[in-house]
Write a protein that binds this ligand. Structure first.
Ligand code: FAD
Length: 183
């Protein structure tokens, strides 16, 4: 478990930092321009296009090796690239012809169940969290931020974010299999 900003307040958040590798590939002819984002939960990979010529691909968030975010390698290693290529090819055989065009690595902030931690946490007045998004926090940021801001201002909000507290309230459902995105 990696300590987080709450440590200074005596609140320990269960967030691990994992290093995910993203690779760019030249688009194989079999994957046409305008294709949707492909997300393959079985093989734990996704890819999407970046312009007309490049596909960007990565594994989902969990690894078996949390890293120190201040010391982590920001490149994609040959070993990671190989694993990513193998997992992409299982579903998309045309990715055999995707020529590698560079890559990078970045941090995922993973919680034990890959759900975020949102709300006033630890019973500390004024300590509001919106973190641990586990690789999924960008798309919903505006909506969640709006609802959380309403709560912080003492107003009600149309969406109940209570299920994202920590410790989790019992009604929060877990993912079907905690290991589904671990490799
Ligand atoms: C490779 C990759 C692909 C992703 N793809 C998607 C996707 O397709 N869809 C999606 O929804 N989400 C995606 N995400 C996840 C999404 O990017 C994150 O969930 C989201 O950015 C988290 O937002 P945040 O505000 O919690 O943290 P961040 O965006 O990390 O913002 C935290 C900020 O705090 C600053 N900071 C840190 N320490 C300090 C300090 N001590 N003092 C002051 N400032 C500090 C940092 O510099 C940073 O600007 C992806 C993440 C990665 C790594």
């Amino acid at each position: 478990m990696v300590g987080a900003a709450g440590g200074g307040l005596g609140v320990q958040l269960p967030i691990e930092t994992h290093n995910g590798g993203t690779a760019l590939f030249q688009r194989p002819e079999a994957i046409p321009v305008g294709s949707p984002i492909f997300s393959d939960g079985v093989n734990q990979v996704y890819f999407r296009e970046v312009g007309d010529h490049i596909l960007r691909a990565a594994h989902f968030g969990w690894t078996n090796h949390p890293v120190d975010p201040d010391e982590c390698d920001e490149t994609i290693t040959a070993a990671k690239l190989q694993t990513l290529r193998e997992d992409l090819k299982k579903r998309f055989r045309s990715m055999r012809r995707g020529v590698y065009a560079g890559g990078f690595a970045a941090i995922y902030d993973m919680t034990p169940d890959a759900h975020p931690i949102i709300g006033n946490i630890g019973g500390v007045a004024g300590f509001w969290c919106n973190c641990g998004w586990s690789g999924n926090g960008f798309a919903s940021a505006a909506a969640v931020g709006g609802h959380l801001a309403a709560r912080m201002a003492g107003r009600s909000s149309a969406v109940d974010l209570g299920m994202f507290g920590w410790p989790r309230p019992p009604e929060t459902k877990t993912r079907p299999d905690g290991n589904w995105i671990r490799r």
